[in-house]
Design a protein around this ligand. Structure first.
Ligand code: ADP
Ligand code: MG
Length: 721
């Protein structure tokens, strides 16, 4: 299947496919599956058409005329088509110049669309159409391919058939036992049937088998990765009685929840081994993951190793460094007056440190003086040398892909243990794919003393007068001694600076109402107006990603100390920010944010004794998808439920994309929503197969499946380890 196309389909077609569809080999072409099928048994005759029905019919163009449109500029193509039974029907196409070279007298095509009426005659308005070849044999199903303007579906179909005619059945990579147990068609048959089916059952069976291939490819890649990682040596860091960790536990002001104890024990056991831990801890906002991370870091420090904690933003890194120091007290004051005897040091390392401070921090990391180094990913990954890095904690990084984790592990002699923490709940299939190289633990309960958060949608489209109420509510909270956040989708002063992360952004506008939308509200535009208007007299602070890091830190600290009443911010506060006195969060243009993102944002309140309130302000009208999404957030505090909805709304390619790089996705049929059961089974098979044949050294077929889904550089990397 790796052979060039030219010898089978000829130079001209091969060049077309290469130039317009980036297809170069027989494999590229046979893996280009039909997008849909036209079932000829379900074709309608023109004579029997009824108004309003959705019809698919095969007919020949008899006449075509280009007309200027009257009501607006542009041309249209008026066509009369005729089917084999002699029935005639009018069709109208807009943009005549785009279709006239495809639709002209003599062309036979499949037309499909809704039957309408014009001047008392039935007609199809701008139907979909697939021109048919002269040579097209009459088969039960017509395969419709993803095509381009230059290479139509039927051209692809013809090339595929030519290739299938001479293709020998490929050796099936899936072991016969797996195929038998799961009732899977063999590969050669599946490939033929997906292109040229005779029945619905053919299509179903072929797809099912090919989905399995993709699921197996993904799971084998992950199993190989797990195998390779676990095989690396790491520093074993068993608990040390009487060490820092024990001292810390003794001064902990609260008792750990049962969940924290359980996951803590898993981590402690992982760290004791001489192979790297790879664990993901997920726990809702405020579940107490930081303590777990700190305890893990102390266990590592007790063994004479260092730990690095990576945060996604400088704001969060700085806050982590402060809260770790506060939690540790004298235990973090090594070498200082009043420091405990076995104390270590927490060093903050961010881009905004002055040159001198940065140099000192780098030195502390290099010499091992700093047991714990906190910083942003970019910085630590690129620049820092450690005396002995035993553990990397990655905080709040659900956007941290497999590749990035590999890069962090480094190529040193000893691989660090790795602990990834996320508050974004992960649906099961995502855990099995994107995080399939990690072991997953969950913190399900929140520590006691958490307050409920009431979420309300403020629909300005129907209730504009509520807007004033939003600001009154903020003033009430402040009058009661509390603080508030106001979140904006945009910084301002530049139209292209949305701060919502690309993979979490709200789905593309799907409501007609969205089209003429104003640009998202920007904090820099609105802050001055609020300061002189609705929030006059309150102490306001502004925080966004474009501020110099030092200023960000100053603002954040002032807010933490209660010197700022209301923080006007972008999503820089999305994760981790922990100010228990903040009780209200107002999210403006709320429909611009992803569901999980909104859930994260509202987790900024309700962290103290007083109940929290979250107001989702939107101008989207009732009964739009945007409003349904917001109602979903208001309707549940179950992060898992929201994450599942988010997955449904996002293009899942974006999710699986974290697994692959490279020019073309090898995953064409696999769906994280629909194939949960297959993914789960494939995981079990893959684990066994890789255990039985480490590195898949003697299973070239299976290794090739891996190659189909993982980018080439990746596959090479797997070969080496
Ligand atoms: P997250 O999981 O969102 O990172 P944090 O670790 O920031 O949550 O914890 C949120 C707050 O809860 C912190 O102030 C932390 O000190 C506190 N906390 C953590 N564990 C407990 C516990 N077992 N009992 C009471 N408070 C706790
Ligand atoms: Mg946290």
């Amino acid at each position: 299947m790796g052979s060039a196309l030219q010898s089978t389909i000829g130079r001209k077609s091969a060049d077309l496919l290469a130039a317009h569809l980036d297809m170069h080999t027989v494999g590229d072409l046979v893996r280009h599956y039909p997008r849909r099928y036209v079932d000829r048994g379900k074709l309608t005759a023109i004579a029997g058409l009824e108004l309003g029905e959705h019809a698919t019919l095969v007919a020949e163009v008899e006449k075509s005329t280009i007309r200027e449109m009257r009501a607006r500029r542009g041309t249209m193509l008026q066509v009369v088509i005729r089917d084999e039974q002699g029935g005639r029907l009018d069709c109208t196409f807009f943009n005549a110049h785009k279709v006239k070279h495809l639709i002209y007298p003599g062309v036979r095509a499949v037309f499909s669309g809704k039957v309408g009426i014009f001047k008392e005659k039935l007609q199809l308005t701008h139907p979909q159409f697939e021109p048919l070849d002269e040579s097209d044999e009459i088969r039960p199903f017509l395969s419709v391919y993803p095509a381009t303007a230059k290479v139509g579906s039927q051209v692809i179909a013809r090339c595929v058939r030519q290739v299938l005619d001479v293709l020998e059945d490929p050796t099936d990579p899936l072991p016969g036992t797996v195929r038998a147990r799961e009732g899977l068609a063999d590969l050669g048959r599946a490939l033929r049937r997906i292109h040229v089916p005779d029945t619905d059952a053919d299509i179903h069976a072929a797809r099912h088998r090919l989905v399995w291939d993709e699921a197996m490819g993904v799971q084998l890649a992950l199993a190989l990765r797990r195998q390779a990682t676990v095989a690396r040596p790491a520093a074993a860091c068993p608990p040390m009685p009487g060490g820092l960790l024990d001292a810390f536990d003794a001064r902990l002001p609260f008792t750990l929840t049962a969940g924290q104890r359980e996951v803590g024990a898993q981590i402690a056991a992982d760290l004791s081994r001489a192979h790297p831990m790879n664990r993901l801890v997920q726990g809702d906002v405020g579940a107490g993951k930081t303590i777990l991370a700190l305890r893990a870091m102390l266990q590592v420090v007790d063994s004479g190793q260092q730990a690095a904690m990576l945060a996604p933003t400088e704001v969060l890194a700085a806050q982590h460094a402060r809260s770790l120091r506060a939690l540790l007290g004298p235990l973090a004051q090594a070498g200082e007056l009043g420091g405990a005897e076995l104390a270590t040091r927490v060093t903050l390392l961010t881009g905004s440190l002055g040159a001198k401070a940065k140099k000192q921090a780098l030195l502390d990391a290099q010499s091992g003086e700093a047991g714990i180094v906190v910083g942003t990913h970019a910085l630590i990954q690129d620049r820092v040398g450690f005396a002995g890095l035993g553990l990397v904690v990655v905080d709040e990084q659900h956007r941290f892909g497999v590749e990035q984790r590999d890069a962090l592990r480094g190529r040193g002699e000893l691989a660090p243990h790795m602990l990834v923490m996320t508050a974004t709940p992960i649906p099961r299939t995502v855990a099995m794919t994107v995080y399939g190289d990690l072991q997953v633990s969950a913190l399900r309960e929140l520590p006691k003393g958490r307050s409920p958060i009431a979420t309300t949608v403020v629909p300005l489209a129907e209730k504009p007068q509520w807007f004033a109420g939003v600001w009154r509510r903020v003033r009430t909270e402040v009058a009661a001694g509390h603080q508030a956040y106001i979140v904006f989708p945009r910084v301002g002063e530049d139209a292209t600076d949305e701060e919502t992360a690309p993979d979490e952004a709200a789905p593309p506008p799907d409501d007609a109402a969205d089209e003429a939308r104003r640009p998202p509200l920007a904090v820099l535009d609105i802050a001055p107006r609020l300061a002189e208007g609705a929030l006059e007299g309150l102490r306001l602070g502004v925080l966004h990603g474009k501020l110099p890091a030092e200023e960000k830190d100053t603002v954040m600290r002032a807010f933490e100390r209660g010197e700022i009443d209301v923080l006007l911010a972008t999503t820089v506060i999305e994760v981790g920010v922990d100010v228990p006195n903040a009780t209200a969060i107002v999210i403006l243009d709320a429909e611009r944010f992803g569901l999980s993102q909104l859930h994260q944002l509202r987790g900024r309140v309700g962290r103290g004794a007083a109940p929290g309130v979250c107001l989702l302000v939107t101008e989207m009208p009732e009964a739009t998808t945007a409003r349904e999404r917001l109602d979903a957030v208001a309707g549940t505090t179950d992060g898992f439920e929201l994450a599942r909805l988010d997955l449904e709304l996002r293009r899942e390619g974006d999710v699986l994309g974290a697994l692959q790089s490279g020019r073309r996705s090898g995953l064409r049929l696999l769906s994280l929503l629909r194939h949960e059961e297959i993914i789960a089974k494939a995981q079990v098979y893959a684990t066994h197969l890789v255990d039985a044949d480490p590195g898949l050294a003697s299973s070239p077929g299976l290794a090739a499946l891996v190659g189909e889904v993982v980018a080439e550089d990746r596959a090479e990397y797997l070969d080496k380890v």
